[in-house]
Design a protein around this ligand. Sequence first.
Ligand code: OAD
Length: 283
Amino acid sequence: MRLSGLTCVIADTADSAVHVSNILSFGLLNVNKQLERAAKMIADAVHPVSFSGAGLSAESGIATFRDRGDEDALWSKFDPQKLASQEGFLADPEMVTAWYNWRRKTLSEVQPNSAHLALAKLHGWTHITQNVDDLLERSMDLSGVDVSPILHLHGTLLEDHCNANCGHTELIDLSCAPALRNCDCGSYMRPSVVWFGESLPAQVLQTALQKTEAADLMLVVGTSAQVYPAAGLIDIAVEKGAEVIVVNKEPSGVNGAHVLELIGPAGELLPQLMDRLACYMPE
Ligand code: OAD
C-alpha cells in the first residue's frame, strides 16, 4: 500500500469518543490508543477496502438519509416511496426529476471534505460506496492522485438513463440538469440511481463482492448499515474474520470480534487516522 502527502503527526484528538464494539473485551479506551490501533490494523492490511455511506459526505453539506436526531435527513422529510421507486416516478415524473435535480444542484455547489481527502490518500484500495455523489472522485482529483475507479453500488447522480432500459444514457451537468424529457425510444429519461425494489448494478456488485471476499480489512465510514444488499458486504467482512474499522457519528450496530468502532465525525477522525498511519509507512 502507498500513501501520498502524509507526514507522521500525532495530532491532538478532538472531542470524539471512541468505542470498541466488543465492549466486554476492550471497554472504552482512550481515543489516541484506538486511533493507533486502527492505524496499525490498516498498515498491516494487504487487501483493504473502504465501504462508505452518506455520513462520508455529510460534512460537505450533503444531507444523509436516516441520521438519528437529524431533522434534515432526507427520509425524515421526504417519502422514499414517492421519490425513490419506479411507482413514485411513474406517478409524478416531473416532481421526481425536479427532486433529483435539486440534489444535483446542491452537489454542484459543495466540495469534498477532509474525510474524502483522507480516503483519497489510500492508494491501491478498493473503494466501495453507497453514495451517488462524485465527491470521492473529486477528492482524488484535488489531491493530484490517479482517480481510481470507485464502486458506486447505488448508481450515480451524474448520469440519466432510459427508464425502459433501451440502453441510452446521458451524462448530466450537475449545475444545470435537464428537466423531465423523453428518450428517443419514447420512454422517460431518469436518474441512474438505484431505487427501492431495483437491483444493484450487476457488474459493480459482483466486483464489490469479490473484493470484499478477498479483503483482510474493511474501513466502514458513515453508514447506518441498514440498506441491503449493500450493507451485506459488511456482514461478509465480519463473518470471514476481516478486521473491520467503523468510523461513524453514532454507534452503527456493526458487531464482531474484530470490529473496532470509532465514534465521531469522519471529517475529524479520518485525518487523525491518516496522520498516525503515516508513522507506519516507509518514506
Ligand atoms: P444513512 O443516512 O442511512 O446513514 C448515515 C450514517 O452516517 C448515520 O449512521 C449517521 O450517524 C452517520 N453520519 C452522519 N454524519 C456523519 C459524519 N459527519 N461522520 C460520520 N458519520 C456520520 O446513509 P446510508 O447508510 O448511506 O440509497 O444509506 C444507505 C442508502 O439508503 C443510501 O445509499 C440511499 C438510502 O436510501 C439510495 O440512494 C439507493
